[in-house]
Design a protein around this ligand. Structure first.
Ligand SMILES: Cc1cn([C@H]2C[C@H](O)[C@@H](COP(=O)(O)OP(=O)(O)O[C@H]3O[C@H](C)C(=O)[C@H](O)[C@H]3O)O2)c(=O)[nH]c1=O
Length: 182
């Protein structure tokens, strides 16, 4: 497992070792000891899986209570995955980081608690699977507007056009209205 840090404090890319043979491949997507050796002492309590078609944008979501750390990966297709730092004490407060995650290179993104998270589907379909460090808490869930000009995310919309959003995400909060963390 290789760790690559990003400009956002605590957010890192993880590339697992892949064992390929004539049958296909094997990889460990999560191993407590391997991650601890990389400085990531994590405990997951929930696994999620969503499937979306091209042009779907899910996000930008976070929970103000039961804040969730997320280890995210794509197991079919490809997405542009984004995290925004909501921690006011962080040197990367207000900054966003985006990267393409696809099923071919098996790359994963670790997003600690304190970030808004979302993704745009780039391929006809994408399966998005992720582990969370706390449980779903709809009562404290917030949707931050995907296109807030203050955050200024540069979504790769060429060839996709206007993304498709859930009703909730169409009503996402502006940056100035969205609750932040200490
Ligand atoms: C997130 C979640 C949802 N649900 C139910 C609630 C709804 O009936 C249905 C769809 O929920 P939602 O539209 O919020 O799903 P996404 O838009 O994929 O939400 C996710 O989008 C971005 C990418 C995130 O980072 C979050 O993990 C998560 O908010 O699944 C559950 O039962 N448990 C859950 O943990």
């Amino acid at each position: 497992m290789k760790r690559e840090d990003t400009p956002l404090e605590g957010v890192c890319l993880l590339t697992p070792r892949v064992f390929g043979d004539e049958r296909g491949f094997f990889l460990e997507s999560w191993n407590e000891n391997t991650f601890r050796e990389l400085g990531l002492d994590l405990n997951f309590v929930q696994d999620n899986h969503s499937r979306s078609s091209q042009g779907i944008l899910r996000g930008l979501h976070y929970q103000t209570e039961h804040t969730q750390g997320k280890l995210v990966r794509v197991t079919s297709g490809a997405v542009f995955d984004v995290a925004i730092d909501l921690r006011q004490s962080s040197p990367s407060f207000g900054q966003w980081f985006g990267t393409t995650l696809d099923a071919t290179d098996h790359k994963m993104l670790w997003v600690p608690p304190g970030f808004a998270h979302g993704f745009l589907v780039l391929t006809p379909f994408a399966d998005f699977q992720y582990k969370c460090t706390d449980l779903y808490d709809p009562s404290s869930e917030v949707s931050l507007a995907w296109n807030d000009p203050t955050v200024g995310i540069d979504w790769p919309l060429t060839g996709i056009g206007e993304p498709a959003l859930s009703g909730k995400d169409k009503e996402g909060l502006a940056w100035d209205q969205a609750p932040k963390f200490a």
